[in-house]
Design a protein around this ligand. Structure first.
Ligand code: SF4
Length: 437
């Protein structure tokens, strides 16, 4: 167990202070090879997306790297594989460049790694074999650099969840399983013990409601957390986001495995008082009572459409489409009921009898339900990620006139979400550039 520091962010010195107050790097020695895992969940190489509360800021990652250099570590590898709007393009090199990691290569001699390019090592998690980044597994120490943010499926995404990005592409999808017994929380909990020497520095300069992506709502919180213990840091992080730690299923599971109470009352903290800094952050996307339509669409009176709530089995590629599709369908509703259309997503949804058209979004749904006897008119949108052209054509086939341009400009959609932050000086892109530190 480790102590957790909670420090007000007032520049790079606050990051160093959080590390030294908590002893976060006490298990890292001169000569070690260290793997640093920032959270760069998404990147657009075409437009400016809001990074606030979504990705780890350079204002935090660079002081961390400097602290590691001061300790005399032998090698620092920064590894991440952000997702972009077009999965055929690797955006990691764009992200590393824009966020200042290339400049840090020259300045501190660090290396960067696109995790998805491998190699991977087979590791047993929950009795199954998963591919984990070799650079991560073979490092003497790991530093997880999550953002203090919420997550639509796991409620929070902090130091433990951040390590999911060290899996290969197949493993990431398998974590979003098709069973309730071994759900996403079940697998994420195993990441807490996957590397024996993992410390954490949590970036709470910006925190995020309705995360984990750029569609969420960020706020300026100016908090930095650090600890040599992932679980302790995440329990405190969850409290700061306004949760009772025992409400977070994956943290509960890790506590159970370690034989400690999930309320986290045993965690030692230094610095700011957690109860004074804790602020409720919304994480869920509300639906109607029947869970058949997002609350906003139900309130607008949309009828003749069933769009059941996503479950844990929906993975990142499909999630990024669902929100825009719901927006498009809502905008296409002109007061006349749709012709009993249902949209199914993920790996677990099953069709409702009596619907006239059933859109099966993504490879998993197509394989699962295309021959289901309850479906009168299956509209298959194959692919992983789902084929957007087939999606637009499929919606039309179901009798809905959705704006075709919506998905034609999918690559540029992230820029639309910058609008709420414009003209607000507390949201500064400078935190995401090397030169600012
Ligand atoms: S089709 Fe969707 S749910 Fe299935 S693996 Fe791909 S992203 Fe996940």
């Amino acid at each position: 167990m480790g102590c957790v520091s909670v420090v007000r962010y007032e520049g790079a010195k606050s990051v160093a202070e959080a590390i030294s107050l908590s002893g976060a790097f006490k298990n890292i020695k001169a000569g070690d090879r260290v793997f640093v895992k920032p959270n760069i969940v998404f990147w657009s190489h075409l437009v400016q997306m809001p990074p606030f509360g979504v990705i780890t800021s350079t204002a935090v990652s660079e002081p961390v790297i400097r602290c590691l250099k001061d300790l005399g570590v032998k090698e620092i590898v920064v590894g991440e594989s952000p997702m972009g709007t077009d999965p055929s393009i690797s955006v990691s090199s764009y992200a590393f460049e824009a966020l200042g990691y290339d400049a840090m290569k020259r300045r501190y001699g660090i290396k960067t790694l696109d995790i998805l390019k491998g190699p991977f090592r087979d590791v047993e998690l929950s009795g199954e074999v998963f591919g984990l980044s070799e650079a991560f597994c073979s490092a003497d120490a790991v530093v997880s650099l999550p953002v203090l943010k919420t997550h639509a499926q796991t409620k929070v995404s902090l130091g433990i969840k951040n390590l999911k990005g060290c899996l290969d592409a197949k493993g990431r999808k398998r974590f979003h399983s098709s069973t309730l017994e071994k759900d996403l929380n079940h697998y994420v909990a195993f990441l807490a013990g996957v590397h024996p020497n993992t410390s954490v520095v949590t970036d709470g300069i910006y925190t995020l409601e309705k995360g984990p992506g750029f569609t969420g709502k960020a706020r300026r919180s100016d908090l930095i957390l650090a600890s040599s213990d992932l679980l302790s840091a995440d329990l405190v992080g969850a409290s700061l986001l306004g949760f009772k730690p025992d409400e977070i299923a994956h943290l509960q599971k890790v506590c159970e495995a370690r034989g400690v109470a999930a309320h986290g009352g045993w965690v030692e903290t230094v610095g700011l008082k957690v109860e004074e800094e804790a602020k409720p952050h919304r994480w869920d996307f509300p639906y109607n009572q029947e869970m058949t339509l997002p609350a906003g669409m139900a309130k607008a009176g949309v009828s003749g459409l069933n769009f059941p709530k996503y479950d844990h089995s929906l993975c990142t590629h499909c999630s990024s489409i669902v929100g825009l599709l719901q927006f498009g369908l809502g905008a296409a509703y002109k007061g006349e009921p749709f012709d009993e259309v249902e949209v199914l997503t993920g790996k677990m949804h099953t069709p409702t009898p009596g619907k006239n058209h059933t859109i099966l979004l993504g490879k998993c749904q197509v394989l699962k339900n295309r021959k289901h006897p309850h479906i009168k008119h299956p509209i298959c949108v194959p692919g992983c990620p789902p084929d957007l052209k087939k999606l637009v054509a499929g919606v039309r086939e179901a009798g809905i006139e959705m704006d075709e341009n919506l998905f034609a400009h999918f690559d540029f959609a992230p820029a639309l979400f910058m609008a709420p932050y414009e003209g607000r000086p507390e949201f500064s892109l400078e935190h995401f550039h090397h030169s600012s530190v």
